[in-house]
Design a protein around this ligand. Structure first.
Ligand SMILES: C[S@@+](CC[C@H](N)C(=O)[O-])C[C@H]1O[C@@H](n2cnc3c(N)ncnc32)[C@H](O)[C@@H]1O
Length: 340
């Protein structure tokens, strides 16, 4: 076992290569995932939350919430893990951090279904969140926040199309847009599970980063709202069905960016203002039409000059999200190339 510090938490977890076999591990790659969760809950402000971390591992996420969120934000925190070693480590780590939370050691589904419900549930499994979505939507309270992490990116991003169809009920895309489309497919799947219980899962904030998808839903008990969300499902670039609505609530994004102005949030702040599902991958577009690749900044400026919204995207280093049609993007690339 080794000691790790992340944010305001210091924890003890297994050292060595991260794998399912390690009883309790610390994954530094997920530090930003945890930090962004705190940034989002801070941005939401106000309401006291009864929170649950049904797949808590070492407990680091919950401990950071307890130590880094303004006092009183978390009215109570439940940290659960199916492994006894993890539950024991969570207790130790809570003591080490002088933090208080209820610790449980059950299957996450049983833990959730036996509970009275929570205002915040964080589903952070190995791989797919599928096994836990049903119990989570049944136990998230009205107006509560459901956070979902998914590291099953290969299926959702087109490496295993049959698996994607079977597990996420949609055809993925193996193009430059694969990560945005994968995220949208996962959102739709969760929304359909919510809709079965007359629960609308509105997307508050979502992204793809490193090797995972992450979505925060604001959950509302409303048949009408659930129906409206289902009407936002459809095909995108020949893939899907997927959720075609907004990936971000712009008020939340701006509050988050003001509090934590990092490059990732800066890009999201810009693209969250653009009402377009999907983006143009400039490298792919120029290759297809045998055009030289224009400079991104120049292309953005020209699209904006013509009155279209345009920005870079977190989903691809060569992607441009814009309200302009493809014909215009091509035309501008061509005229820009002619001037070079
Ligand atoms: C990705 S880790 C969690 C990491 C943790 N949330 C963090 O931020 O460090 C997934 C955890 O889920 C636990 N787990 C796997 N299947 C479970 C189940 N059915 N019920 C509860 N916990 C489970 C594993 O023991 C593991 O600790």
């Amino acid at each position: 076992m080794e000691q790790f510090t992340e944010g305001a938490a210091t924890i003890i977890a297994s050292a060595g290569k991260i794998s399912k076999q390690l009883s309790v591990f610390y994954n530094p790659v997920m530090a930003y995932n945890r930090t962004l969760s705190i940034t989002l809950l801070r941005a939401l402000g106000g309401k006291q939350l009864l929170a649950a971390d049904p797949l808590a591992g070492s407990g680091i996420r919950g401990i950071r919430f307890l130590k880094e969120l303004p006092p009183g934000t978390i009215a109570g925190h439940f940290l659960n893990d199916i492994r006894q070693e993890a539950a024991a480590a969570i207790r130790k780590n809570l003591r080490l951090n002088h933090a208080r939370a209820a610790v449980c050691c059950q299957d996450a589904r049983m833990f959730l279904l036996h509970s009275q419900g929570f205002d915040y549930i964080d589903i952070d499994p190995f791989g797919s969140p599928n096994p836990f979505l049903d119990a989570a939507v049944q136990r998230i309270r009205d107006k509560g926040i459901l956070a979902v992490t998914c590291t099953d990116t290969a299926s959702l991003s087109g490496t295993y199309p049959k698996t994607c169809l079977r597990k996420y009920w949609a055809v993925p895309s193996r193009t430059a847009q694969m990560h945005e489309i994968g995220l949208r497919i996962l959102i739709r799947k969760a929304q359909l599970i919510g809709a079965q219980y007359d629960l609308a899962l509105h997307v508050l904030f979502s992204y793809f980063k490193d090797h995972y998808f992450r979505i925060f839903f604001r959950c509302e008990r409303s048949k009408e709202q659930a129906n409206s969300l289902v009407r936002e499902h459809g095909l995108i670039q020949g893939a899907g069905p997927a959720y075609l609505g907004r990936l971000w609530d712009s008020n939340i994004v701006h509050a988050m960016y003001q509090a934590a102005p990092d490059p990732f949030l800066r890009t999201i702040a810009a693209e969250s203002a653009i009402p377009a599902a999907g983006f143009f991958d400039i490298h792919a577009l120029c290759k297809q039409h045998k055009l030289p690749i224009p400079k991104t900044a120049a292309l953005l400026a020209m699209l904006q000059e013509k009155g279209y919204a345009a920005s870079t995207t977190i989903f691809s280093p060569y992607g441009i999200r814009t309200t302009a049609p493809e014909s215009l993007v091509r035309l501008i690339s061509r005229s820009h190339a002619a001037r070079q």
